[in-house]
Design a protein around this ligand. Sequence first.
Ligand SMILES: Cc1cc2nc3c(=O)[nH]c(=O)nc-3n(C[C@H](O)[C@H](O)[C@H](O)COP(=O)(O)OP(=O)(O)OC[C@H]3O[C@@H](n4cnc5c(N)ncnc54)[C@H](O)[C@@H]3O)c2cc1C
Length: 380
Amino acid sequence: MPELSEAHRIVRDSMRRLGRERLAPLAVEADRTGSYSEAIHRLLVENGLFLINVPAEYGGTPMDLTATCLVIEEMGRVDGTIANTVAHHQAGLCCFLVGADEEQRARYLPLIGRGDYLVGFALTETGSGSDAFAMRTRAVLDGDRYAVNGSKCFISNSGLTDVYVLFTTVDPALRRRGVTAFLVEKDTPGLIVGKAEDKMGLRASPTRQLVFEDMRLPRTALLGRPGEGWELVFHSLTRTRILVAAMALGIAQAAMEVAVGYAGTREQFGRPIGEFQGVSFMLADMAVQVECARAMIYQVASQVDRGEEQQAYHASIAKCFASDTAMKVTTDAVQVLGGYGYTTEYPVERMMRDAKATQIIEGTNQIQRVQISRELLKRF
Ligand SMILES: Cc1cc2nc3c(=O)[nH]c(=O)nc-3n(C[C@H](O)[C@H](O)[C@H](O)COP(=O)(O)OP(=O)(O)OC[C@H]3O[C@@H](n4cnc5c(N)ncnc54)[C@H](O)[C@@H]3O)c2cc1C
């Protein structure tokens, strides 16, 4: 793993303190009730978690990708839901910062700079997940306004979000070249926010459907030019995939620590179970995977920070490996804790449920493998 600077270490340590002391005690209850925690939200706002990468002149905290990953990793360490909330705001914000014109920046950045104004990322539809270009939410120019009809699903932070980066098509037959992005404010007539999905994990993170019924948008709501919406997604994917990898890493690290602590104290046959090779090798494998994931994530993040932007291949590898690691480590952590691991008395069952989502969001791991193998075939 590349050496962290003093500034990076300060970010990591302050986030670790915030996580351990203030957020962790609230995470269990939020998962149990399955509803977004107002108390957690207040802490995220007070500590400027929604200001990350907002330009400084608007009150924000610009950070490089390494620092942003450290924040998300530390959030993932206490609660996947919190990491998901912050990461998906970053996904929307990144598209906004790439695509917004001067007027849009002047309108929205003072709002986003308040620290409690969330940006959403709305791409997935019921019929178009992995195949994003098959989207059907259509924007038709009618006079001087666009009429938007269709729906999106699985949109993180829906209901909390103040402005959505919405991806539509001006013509489904054009596939990629039809994708057109808009900024849609939450109270726009014709926008209906559906009920929250009852999910396996990330339970306190609201994931909802958005429905658009003859929603009218002015041309000034266009984010970028018609037909160029995919450029925004493409630009943000490298970063957001690395952020999801960092979230997975945080979950895996936390599960490993619980497993190691338990294995050192739980006795069977008169000895701590960590002394049995069957258990200790499981712990060792956790460390191997966690450290490899960490090295990979911070290597690619530092390459992006050095201006080597063409990192989609390594971002996919990091996302794939870190999320598979999170799934394996959390599952093994449940195993190390035996029956107790299977109960809510310990956090590893929650971590296992949360880890699963990291293999699906920001492109499933099958899609990462499709992209990695395509690139491989080009390179060798
Ligand atoms: C908790 C959560 C939060 C989310 N938040 C957001 C959000 O904020 N915004 C947003 O836009 N979306 C969001 N999503 C949606 C997410 O990005 C999609 O679920 C994901 O891209 C997969 O799409 P799908 O669910 O339609 O699965 P499908 O695309 O239908 O895939 C089903 C299965 O088929 C496999 N598959 C598909 N195509 C191929 C292929 N070519 N080769 C091999 N296997 C393939 C997939 O890997 C998967 O295993 C979220 C999802 C979850 C679970």
